[in-house]
Design a protein around this ligand. Sequence first.
Ligand SMILES: N[C@@H](CCC(=O)N[C@@H](CS)C(=O)NCC(=O)O)C(=O)O
Length: 404
Amino acid sequence: MEEKGKQERVQDAVDQLCNALDILGLESSVQALDNGCLKRIAKSLAIDYDDVVDNDAWNGINHALVKRVLACGGSSSGGVGSREEEEDRSSKLTPETPERDEPTKTATQKQTPSAPAGVGDDAPSLPVGYKVPEVWNGVQGSGADGGIFGSQNRADADAREERELPVGDHKYQLYSIGTANGIRAAAMLEELGIEYDAWYIDIMKGDQFTTGLMQLNPNAKVPAMRVKNEDESESSFRVFESAHILLHLAETYPERGLVPADQAGRAECLNWLFWSASTTPVIGFGFGHFYRYGPIKIAYAIDRCTMELKRQLSVLDKQLTGRSFVVGESMTIADICIFPWMYALEAGYKAAKFLKLSEYKNVERWMASMLQRPAVQRGIRVNGFAPDAIRERHSPADFGDADN
Ligand SMILES: N[C@@H](CCC(=O)N[C@@H](CS)C(=O)NCC(=O)O)C(=O)O
């Protein structure tokens, strides 16, 4: 009750202040409301700002105020501004963000939309009481240095160990692990039925940070591939980024039709290849991490990533309506790129129930048909984790199957 009384008093004060400024036509003063004004109002009413700041009603007031400011033509930054916004205000003046006491603005300037504002330093924090430092100097008890992948986290791109990579006989040397990105590359090589050596890179032990691997991929991630010089007439070269490995191989073997030959078909295939490559971090770095691996369960992070992931599932489900594969009736590198991450949702993150995957009927049907492909099955085993996984692959015999 007491809490509600405080909020109502703040709301009243905001309303009165906006009305007064409206009546007086003091646009430049209204504009001044955008940064820190709620804090000042709370102070003037002798209300402890921290008492009400993490409350939905308070956010409502904040939004109402921002709407008022925008309606008055001010270039609000969205309520309680961050320290950076306040500091930057004087140094980053543009025609769109005029100085507070600038006398008049043209109609065009008034209508110029401003970028979405950031949430200020007074937003609720996790851990409670965390304040964003002015300069980031390392993790502060957030758990971001811990968890399953804690050993990987460092803010520099330096190699951590002098070590060369092993090299096999074949033209294609794949350095990988049987995660979704790794499955992309291995399934592609298996689909093509070409010879390659696949070496296991133990990312939990830091193999990706060795000088050898980082010469192949300065970004210290796998899969990464070396295409060896076979007849000494050309130099060998590196191919990193899993989607690029797919494209490179598809273009090297055009007769296999894994990228359509016609311009429109190729464009559509690349649309979905790039869609997959660019949306993958939402699945892995975002959803997978916060849902499955992060050392702390944060509702906000899980909800936000889940919402976007379910939107992506919906996009894919719609695209697969009436199509056997992502871009038509034959499989392309778009399918090979997208499939392993959909597979990871169930096999890796154990999130089938949580995400209600069975509701995406077209995705479900397409997944089943992808999983039936022997090459895809072998790709999942290469450098993989299941009991039938093979740690390294140097020849078809490594699979030990009758059909190889
Ligand atoms: N965009 C890259 C992502 C590669 C990636 O994140 N690979 C993971 C394994 S799936 C890795 O190497 N992680 C090691 C690390 O982050 O240190 C690709 O598609 O190849």
